[in-house]
Unconditional design. Structure first.
Length: 194
């Protein structure tokens, strides 16, 4: 796919792009960084998922994950951190594909409460515990589109494409609803634990 063969034209280093993005939240800096690493993300995802379509989906959703994480954390070694992020996302995807309904809830709980590793400094680290009943209550606080997308994707193990077909939302809307829903769930959980 030609999308994954694009290269960045920026002369700024990874660290400079990250600093500028963290300071301004201007997505053009993040876009430059992501363009630089898109072939890398896709290659690692294909290697771990053994499926080009799943790797394409994961590559696109990694952009949202990077955007969210870089606003909260200071990365010490971007390529090393990115590799770990991709592998973690691949493992979650593999677990999700083979999980039952109850296991899917536990995967979402694990993703929401996971402590960050020492490859970066987490400025928002809080210890939280969560059970499936609390997860359901937290999901119920989301708006309808986020709730529906989170439920279909995580609880019912639907793919992005299937969620899009069921809801009528575009793939980008589905991914945005899931990303924003996860962010709100994490905030809700952290606030409840205080």
């Amino acid at each position: 796919m030609s999308y994954f063969k694009t290269s960045s034209n920026s002369k700024l280093s990874d660290e400079e792009l990250i600093k500028k993005f963290r300071f301004s939240h201007d997505n053009s800096y993040l876009g430059e960084l992501f363009l630089r690493y898109t072939p890398y993300v896709f290659g690692v995802a294909v290697k771990h998922l053994q499926n080009q379509k799943d790797a394409e989906d994961l590559t696109l959703t990694t952009y949202n994950k990077i955007s969210s994480d870089l606003k909260r954390i200071e990365v010490l070694d971007f390529k090393k951190w990115l590799y770990k992020l991709i592998v973690d996302q691949c493992n979650i995807e593999k677990k999700k594909k083979s999980a039952s309904n109850e296991e899917s809830k536990m995967i979402l709980i694990e993703e929401l409460t996971k402590e960050e590793d020492n490859l970066f400094i987490n400025t928002d680290a809080k210890n939280t515990t969560l059970d499936t009943n609390s997860l359901r209550l937290a999901i119920d606080t989301l708006n309808e589109s986020q709730k529906m997308c989170i439920d279909l994707f995580y609880i019912q193990n639907k793919s992005y494409q299937e969620v899009s077909e069921i809801t009528g939302y575009s793939l980008n809307q589905v991914k945005t609803n899931i990303q924003n829903g996860k962010r709100l769930l994490k905030t809700y959980i952290e606030n409840k634990s205080n």
